[in-house]
Design a protein around this ligand. Structure first.
Ligand code: UD1
Length: 438
């Protein structure tokens, strides 16, 4: 087990104690994107050799993916330049339940294992805090490439037909996604690049994290056309080579710090980000009354005073991301006016609503719609969330609330925000990480 994983587990029960009510001001550098790093790490399995991935954020989730790769026999080390993944020694095709249950994105190894070795045994991830989150599209994609799938003792057991010349025995296919899925697109793409023949994959996800995965695969020698569009054409190749790549900046982390600026009536700048990836979030912040300026890879937000109520609907990229929904709901709780927030991606992703209500927010949830009536102010309270972005929303609320807010179970935050307490402190927040004694 890597050191970072052990340390993260030990600290997982810590809490954040926030003394709110002061405007945040200053500048923070955005980390590499968790949701980009995870599939890039899995993609290393496709080509034996040493890959270098830079700007991988130090998070519980990237540590979990390291453990998944190590369980498969890969050797992973971090140094000053980044993460080095050596996949020459890959010796197993099993991603165990103990790891997959802590991070659904472990399923990203399914496609690469099947494509390179013709076999994979990957635990089913199970449900999650905000609903069932099925993996049927990942499975259907592999079946379309010719794999046989069985479910055995909670594991997806995938077997490719042998003897067609492709390294793993998969064959090119046509696959039309019935709904857009980031993870299933990534998995199918990673499998198709080593299949024999052509794959036409339509209605694919075009989130920047998937575009970067496609770019990494091309750098490894894959033949993919249509990158950045919803229609990908993949010409299978016989082998791929190791590569080096820098993870794109985390658009959700950047958006979270900007929302913290809006929420605390502050003035926050995020550096080393890609503003084009943030467009929908920036528009939402502007609709809520903030002023946003972009200068190269730097985005600055100046609060225009108390936020304004504004409606919001989540959608696939380039629409407003579901991963920013909770944070913008926090902003809406103190807005002047009413905001209707609809999540069209996940229909039950409102775990933050009852916790925000404990701080004085007025939120009514009906199905996948939340109506938030803005209040003058929030009051600090002990709160706890059951998922990553919900926890982020509680931190934002705590930063704006009067008095003390204690956010417990911050292992959720450790999954997705690198050095959160330190970065908030750089913006002038009074925030302290403590061992949770309750
Ligand atoms: C990824 C992100 C997550 C983000 C989500 C939506 C990572 C590691 N996680 O998750 O932070 O919230 O995209 O932007 O990148 N679905 C099915 N069957 C499947 C797969 C998905 O029905 O086999 C459904 C889901 O339940 C959901 C929708 O498709 O309603 C979109 O999910 P998907 O894009 O697959 O999300 P993830 O890749 O799991």
């Amino acid at each position: 087990m890597s050191d970072i994983a052990t340390a993260t587990e030990k600290q997982g029960m810590d809490c954040l104690v926030i003394h709110g009510g002061r405007p945040l001001a200053g500048s923070v550098e955005v980390s590499g994107a968790k949701n980009a790093a995870l599939p890039l790490m899995a993609a290393t399995l496709l080509a034996p050799g040493e890959h270098v991935i830079t700007r991988v954020p130090r998070l519980a989730d990237t540590a979990t993916m390291v453990r998944v790769l190590e369980a498969l026999g890969a050797k992973v080390r971090w140094d000053a330049t980044g993460m080095h993944v050596d996949t020459r020694s890959t010796s197993s095709v099993e991603a165990p339940y103990e790891l997959v249950k802590t991070m659904r994105a472990s399923i990203y190894v399914l496609g690469p294992l099947l494509a390179r070795f013709g076999r994979a045994r990957v635990s089913l991830p199970g449900g999650c805090a905000w609903g069932p989150r099925p993996v049927d599209l990942h499975i259907k994609g592999m079946e379309a490439l010719g794999a046989t799938i069985e479910i055995d003792e909670g594991y997806i057991v995938a077997t490719a037909p042998q003897g067609n010349g492709a390294p793993g025995g998969l064959r090119g296919t046509r696959f039309d996604f019935p709904i857009s899925s980031v993870g299933a697109t990534g998995n199918l793409l990673m499998a198709a690049v080593l299949a024999r023949g052509t794959s036409e994959i339509t209605n694919v996800a075009i989130e920047p994290e998937i575009t970067q995965l496609a770019e990494m695969l091309v750098a490894m020698g894959a033949q993919i056309e249509g990158i950045g569009t919803t229609h990908l054409t993949v010409e299978g190749v016989e082998s791929l080579s190791p590569t080096s790549i820098e993870v794109i900046p985390d658009r959700i982390e950047a958006g979270t710090y900007l929302a913290a600026g809006a929420m605390t009536l502050g003035d926050v700048t995020v550096t080393r980000c890609r503003p084009a990836h943030l467009a929908a979030t920036l528009q939402a912040l502007e609709r809520a009354g903030s002023r946003v300026t972009i200068d190269g890879s730097t985005v600055s937000l100046q609060s225009g005073g108390r936020p304004r109520g504004a409606d919001l609907v989540t959608a696939v990229f380039p629409g407003f991301p579901t991963d920013m929904q909770a944070q913008m709901m926090a902003v809406a709780t103190i807005a002047d006016g009413t905001s209707t927030i609809t999540d069209t991606i996940y229909h039950d992703r409102f775990a933050h609503a009852p916790e925000l209500a404990r701080m004085g927010a007025d939120i009514r949830v009906d199905g996948n719609v939340a109506v938030v009536v803005g209040r003058d102010r929030l009051k600090g309270a002990p709160v706890m969330a059951t998922d990553l972005r919900a926890s982020a929303a509680l931190v934002l609320a705590g930063l704006a609330a009067e008095g003390e807010t204690r956010v417990s179970r911050i292992y959720h935050l450790d999954r997705g925000y690198e050095a959160l307490a330190e970065k908030l402190a750089m913006l002038g927040a009074q925030v302290e990480r403590r061992a949770d004694t309750e």
